[in-house]
Ligand binder design. Structure first.
Ligand SMILES: C[S@@+](CC[C@H](N)C(=O)[O-])C[C@H]1O[C@@H](n2cnc3c(N)ncnc32)[C@H](O)[C@@H]1O
Length: 219
């Protein structure tokens, strides 16, 4: 994610705090912008090929992807477990002139239930729940995809580039193929890739991989 501000190293306590809302609320409470505001590259690559409809972005943070989708004709619900993050995202959408195409939903992806809602695109970027929890989160998010709709799950692949993360967070990173067991029978996987990308971190160019799963729910 072009957005990440990577800290040089982490303690285990600071690391596990980031699995819960208070640490993210704290992070989003100041004046400083946390992410770049730019859309994530895999979202742009994949959603550009889709006909706009309704979309859900889980772990939307400051709303960069929500705003990009709204600008490209989607009606978007941004979801996050951080109330401060959602408030920021809503302010950013207002400033971008797309507030009328956006909604906000405070929800924890680890207990996500579609509750009758369905979307033409369900997307999530760089949500790394602990203990390999992304398989379960992917299964939950799949339940919110409308027939004929798409599920896009993107995260960081474990690598040396993330060796500064404490073990609990490094273990939460995943490969696209590891998510396949989460896809219900009526989904077909369209993309299961490790996509290389470079980011500049503290003035140094670092090679990373975006674990990218795109799947379609058959009609
Ligand atoms: C690394 S940031 C990514 C933000 C955004 N998707 C982006 O790519 O810029 C992760 C976001 O997911 C949210 N988050 C983390 N765990 C979550 C969970 N279990 N349920 C919902 N949101 C979560 C955090 O509050 C944060 O905004």
């Amino acid at each position: 994610m072009a957005h990440h501000e990577h800290r040089p190293s982490e303690t285990d306590a600071a690391s596990t705090d980031l699995f819960e809302p208070p640490a993210w609320d704290e992070r989003y409470s100041g004046e400083e912008t946390v992410w770049s505001g730019k859309p994530n590259p895999q979202l742009v690559a994949e959603a550009s090929r889709l006909r706009p409809g309704t979309a859900l972005d889980v772990g939307c943070g400051e709303g960069g992807d929500v705003i990009w989708l709204a600008r490209h004709g989607w009606r978007v619900t941004g979801a996050d477990f951080s109330a401060n993050g959602l408030a920021r995202a809503a302010r950013n959408a207002e400033a971008a002139g797309v507030a009328d195409r956006t909604e906000w939903w405070q929800v924890d992806a680890r207990t996500f239930a579609a509750e009758g809602r369905s979307y033409d695109l369900v997307t999530t970027h760089f949500l790394h729940p602990p203990g390999g929890g992304m398989v379960d989160v992917t299964r939950r998010l799949a339940s919110a995809v409308a027939p004929g709709g798409h599920l896009l799950v993107v995260g960081h692949a474990p690598s040396e580039a993330f060796s500064h993360l404490a073990a609990s967070r490094h273990n939460a990173l995943f490969l696209a193929a590891e998510l396949l067991p989460a896809l219900p029978d009526d989904f077909e996987a369209l993309v299961i890739e490790q996509r290389p990308r470079t980011v500049v971190r503290d003035g140094t160019t670092v090679e990373i991989e975006d674990s990218t799963l795109l799947a379609r729910r058959v009609q």
